[in-house]
Design a protein around this ligand. Structure first.
Ligand code: SAM
Length: 283
């Protein structure tokens, strides 16, 4: 008889053998999905009988994970901030580090009921825009992305989370003349910033399953900061606050790039691990 206790033991070993560094968590999440029960319920009844159908469903999910497909893509969802986002191979899976931008933006806002206008450049799943909007009940938002498939995911998330009346999504390159008035109060942007040289060091979950347009940038990872710094002055008004995500070694150079196009009040902000993660600035 198959029981969660035995399945867990075996599957954890299989996943460790495949190179997963989160094998226990992976197995619990896949079991939750296959048995359609919460991890807590499964842990409380480790010797319950698992049916043949449930076992087959679990084996199918496990095989995908052994091939190093990310759990978020297998399950089609990822928690970010206090929300659950739909994700797929068409968009970057939201990273906890990116919550640094939401925290930094919220810290600067005196009254959360103000009708603030938010622009999210490279919106992907929409996680940054929609998470910030979830804290600002009267805000409105625009998300831009070069990928129509990513935008479809963002639109789905906006609808599912109940924000579609307050936001719109535009398919565009951020260096193109955007059909936007210069009236945004907050601009968020998590651009691709991994250099092609770093590609070999990436985990297969990232390198083989996430869209390369969301990951890699030329010029040693700085090309999109350079392009964004050229267009940013055209998008801002006097007190627009801008929050850019950076790789943990990219703070100083990114600050220099934006300083050259007139940025001021530049701050480098750390993530929860104490590593540089965000450059905040104004023009
Ligand atoms: C690192 S992902 C960030 C996604 C999401 N904002 C997040 O934080 O999870 C970068 C996003 O920027 C988009 N992108 C890349 N180059 C772009 C460009 N030139 N113009 C507009 N969007 C671009 C990608 O398609 C991708 O969705």
């Amino acid at each position: 008889m198959n029981t969660p206790r035995e399945i867990r033991k075996k599957a954890i070993l299989q996943l460790e053998g495949a190179g997963s560094e989160t094998s226990r968590l992976d197995v619990d999440l896949l079991l939750e999905e296959a048995l359609d029960q919460s991890a807590m319920d499964i842990l409380l009844e480790p010797d319950q009988k698992v049916t043949k159908k449930e076992m087959e469903a679990f084996q199918e999910l496990l095989a995908r994970r052994i091939a190093r497909e990310p759990v978020s893509q297998i399950l089609g969802k990822k928690n970010f901030w206090s929300l659950t986002f739909r994700v797929s191979s068409d968009c970057l899976t939201p990273r906890p580090d990116s919550e640094t931008l939401i925290e930094a933006a919220l810290k600067d806002i005196r009254d959360r009921n103000t009708a603030l206008k938010i622009l999210d450049l490279g919106t992907g799943s929409g996680c940054l825009l929609l998470s910030l909007m979830s804290e600002l009940p009267n805000s409105t938002g625009v998300g831009i992305d070069i990928s129509d498939k990513a935008l479809a995911v963002a639109e789905y998330n906006a609808l599912k989370l109940g924000f579609s009346e307050r936001c719109e999504f535009i398919l565009s390159d951020w260096t193109e003349q955007l059909p936007l008035p210069r009236e945004f109060d907050i601009i968020l942007c998590n651009p691709p910033y991994i250099s092609h040289e770093e590609r070999a060091d990436l985990a297969p979950e990232v390198r083989d399953y996430e869209p390369h347009k969301a990951l890699f940038a030329e010029d040693n990872g700085y090309s999109e900061y350079i392009r964004l710094a050229e267009v940013m002055p055209k998008l801002v008004k006097a007190r627009t606050s801008i929050f850019l995500e950076i790789g943990h070694t990219q703070g100083n150079r990114t600050a220099e790039i934006f300083k050259k196009t007139g940025a001021r009040n530049i701050r480098i902000i750390q993530d929860l691990a104490g590593r540089d993660r965000c450059v905040a600035l104004k023009y």
